[in-house]
Design a protein around this ligand. Sequence first.
Ligand code: BDR
Ligand code: CA
Length: 307
Amino acid sequence: MRMIIDTDAGVDDAQAIMMALASPDVTVEAITTVTGNVHVDKVVPNVLTVLDIMKKDAPVYRGADRPLIADWSPEEHVHAEDGLGNWQNRPNTQRRAESEHAVNALIRLANQAPGQYTLVALGPLTNIALAAQLDPSFPVKIRQFVFMGGTIQAMGNTANLTSEFNIYCDPEAAYMALRVFPMATMLSWETTLAHPMTWPQFEALTELDTDAARFMKATSRVTVELIKTYRYPGYLLPDPLAMAITLQPDLIRQSAEYAVTVELHGTHTRGQTIIDHMARSGHKPNVRVIQKLDIDGVAALYRRMLA
Ligand code: BDR
Ligand code: CA
């Protein structure tokens, strides 16, 4: 599998990227970055550091520094100021990002190898929408487009209570992306809530004696505390679940295809994904919505990546 990852890393983004880098059947050929959880100027070094930890190479591109239209502010209560849980004793990286802009890199790669790349988006869809706007052939040249984002039943995780963060952060970009990709795969917030990693599983993994496990333990400290205050029964894995079902589609236990768009207005609902669950709109399905998956299979991918 030839993969491009678009990310706003982000603690769980880092884990998703690690999972892909540890996968023997995948080459991560580009990591494009975007403002989301934190500003892109923090996302870039976070991604470079993940490459250091995993001792892997991939070109990293700096992308959009703000949503298309929406105002932006960082999600520091989730990922902390640095985007990596205010990780103490962070080593310096010698790596540098490429000079090419992420959006140009996306378009160039898709044109160099049409029909070959799997694109996994782990943040707001700003870069993706810009690439499709600059080159309308971009979406059909991508083999498979998977994104973490959206809600199925309007149970969101943002100030707009029905909206999930990645869509809420840049609703116009998400609207544009969903309109132009023939078939996207969506890993929603409710699917995330329904598939936590149990706390004993999480603790066993983060106690492994490897640099990757120590990194995961140190960087997830703030999110673990937050999740525990919400009394969730385990550690939540939004971006890693999207990556896991991409790497191993046999982990999907239930999914369905729907016409999906994004609410751009609404007093309370801007950024909500609107799902035509009764096929009333007359629009063709454009999104495969993942509903159930094999969480033990995901834990096995974590074990491989941390070993
Ligand atoms: C999404 O928002 C971010 O906080 C996570 O990295 C994930 O991509 C979950 O709503
Ligand atoms: Ca993310």
